[in-house]
Design a protein around this ligand. Structure first.
Ligand code: ADP
Ligand code: ZN
Length: 515
């Protein structure tokens, strides 16, 4: 292993930094020891140096597998500007360009070679002739169907360890739950890889979730105390990004839309203007942000519910990279949930997608510290509540809601799960309207057993029961309320139910139905 002074000098000389961040040193040392490594570090944590620095001190070439073809040129240009001999090979190049790079490689004029997994075959002949000192696999979660960004081309990377058994592999990702982690190591044939798990806690990001009604007005208010502060609004559809950008511009903000349907040059321009602060707000689909290095993004809004927690965390992670306090705001509406369920239904791995969406929903509907939920998703447990999320700032008082729950659930049972929330409440409160009378609900045992509770309060309680999984809404059957496996526990097995006290509800901000 090179001496630690040499390592530090290299850090200073090529990257301009005086010291390592958390974990970087131990990762780099493990690389020099020839170990395989799995690095899980949040976006902006400083993963690149973990292979770029060893690359400079190792005798041969470091091969970097990366899916981000669009960013390769920028990455390589950045390295070259720092005096590092780097190149890339991908499908955007013509044969002459590739030949030139092959020549440089053969002449040992390259230390770091970026290659897209689809383009690895171009290197076939060459790889057996040159010395490869290190193989870095960036965005390693792409190998796993468990990850949120599966790329089939990644699945063939398992052969690398077989072909180069002595070359250490370093796999890096910002987003991997336990299942994904194991899958990455299995598929890359690095079962003994050393795991380096950086903390995902970004304490400077304030977390907030609000019901998604009148979103545009909420956004104006949200922005009113953030003059000229850079931010990103993530939307589900391209159309929304454009409509939103237009509204914001009409309101006097400087905003631009960004999505994969906008032509390349225009997109690059938006990105450029955002980075140098001449556009304040980018309304974007998830296409925006991969690899963007802007440290002073002060806020991120999710106009729509993201489809999973990995994506959500990565997107809010683009705020506050400079460590200064930054705000995040997620709008939650059931209309989005329905839309995302449809997408999941159509996708190849439907069960996984639905399960992940469920976790996202639970996060949005949580009555306990949101950061705890986020971090536990990544396998990290924090002892105390965070104090920097909306639930921590306005914790609900919890009451024993068992009787309430029993009343609501037995009412749903008696009306044979055939009615939406409104009618269930009418029956509970003993209303005498047309539906109740037509269906003869006034003869049910549960008719009127909830008279003592106001209509609106019942609505809020039932939403809480839905959030906790005691009831569910059948979106494909006119929003009828249905029992779940959990409801039976309450009805027949004496399970206790905790609910948030309603006086607190203004603060707890329940999601809205039908927006
Ligand atoms: P990741 O790949 O994990 O998203 P990067 O490698 O792009 O993160 O690093 C994020 C930012 O942090 C970059 O601007 C990088 O130059 C900076 N950085 C990385 N390591 C250090 C360090 N030891 N000291 C200061 N800044 C660093
Ligand atoms: Zn909290």
């Amino acid at each position: 292993m090179p001496e630690s002074q040499l390592i530090l000098n290299t850090l200073k000389e090529y990257f301009g930094y005086d010291s390592f961040r958390d974990l970087q040193k131990e990762i780099i040392e493990a690389v020099f020891e020839g170990k395989d490594n799995l690095v899980i570090m949040p976006t902006g944590g400083g993963k690149s140096i973990c292979y770029q620095l060893p690359a400079l001190l190792l005798p041969g070439i470091t091969l970097v597998i990366s899916p981000l073809i669009a960013l390769m040129k920028d990455q390589v240009d950045g390295l070259k500007a720092n005096g590092i001999k780097a190149a890339f090979v991908n499908s955007s190049q013509d044969e002459a360009e590739q030949q030139e790079i092959f020549q440089d490689i053969a002449n040992l004029a390259i230390k770091i070679l970026y290659v897209a997994p689809e383009s690895l075959h171009f290197l076939e002949g060459l790889l057996s002739e040159i010395e490869i000192s290190l193989i870095a696999i960036d965005e390693a979660h792409c190998i796993s169907a468990w990850g949120h960004d599966f790329r089939p081309a990644y699945t063939q990377l398992g052969y690398l360890k077989k072909q180069f058994p002595k070359t250490p592999i370093i796999a890096l990702t910002a987003t991997a739950d336990k299942a994904t982690r194991k899958d990455i190591c299995d598929q890359l044939n690095i079962p003994n890889a050393k795991l380096h798990l950086a903390s995902f806690d970004r304490k400077n990001l304030a977390l907030e979730v609000r019901p998604g009604n009148k979103r545009i007005e909420q956004i104006y208010t949200f922005l009113s105390d953030k003059p000229f502060q850079s931010g990103i609004i993530y939307c589900l559809s391209r159309k929304t990004t454009e409509a939103l950008a237009e509204k914001l511009n009409n309101k006097g903000f400087s905003a631009a839309a960004y999505h994969a349907g906008i032509e390349h040059q225009k997109r690059a321009e938006v990105q450029e203007k955002f980075i140098n602060d001449s556009i304040q707000i980018v309304c974007a689909t998830i296409a925006f942000g991969m690899g963007i290095d802007k440290s002073n993004v002060r806020w991120v809004i999710h106009y729509n519910l993201p489809k999973n927690i990995e994506g959500y965390y990565q997107e809010i992670g683009r705020a506050g990279r400079d460590g200064l306090p930054s705000s995040t705001l997620l709008f939650h509406s059931y209309a989005d949930v329905v839309q995302l369920q449809k997408f999941a239904d159509m996708s190849g791995n439907k069960e996984i997608q639905l399960a992940k969406l469920d976790r996202m929903k639970q996060y949005a509907e949580s009555l306990s510290c949101r950061r705890k939920i986020l971090l536990s998703y990544f396998g990290e447990l924090i002892e105390k509540d965070c104090g920097n999320c909306d639930v921590c700032n306005n914790p609900p008082t919890i009451i024993d809601g068992t009787t309430l729950a029993q009343k609501a659930l037995s009412c749903v049972t008696r009306i044979k799960e055939q009615e939406p929330i409104g009618t269930v409440i009418d029956v509970l409160r003993g209303a005498q309207n047309a539906i109740v009378v037509d269906q003869g609900y006034q003869n049910l045992k549960t008719y009127g057993i909830g008279r003592d509770i106001a209509w609106r309060d019942w609505q809020q309680y039932i939403i809480q029961l839905i959030n906790q999984g005691y009831l569910e809404i059948a979106f494909h059957q006119n929003n009828k309320l249905k029992l779940t496996a959990l409801s039976k526990k309450v009805l027949f097995e004496g399970e206790k139910v905790s609910l948030a006290h309603l006086k607190e509800l203004e603060k707890v901000k329940q999601p809205v139905i039908n927006t």
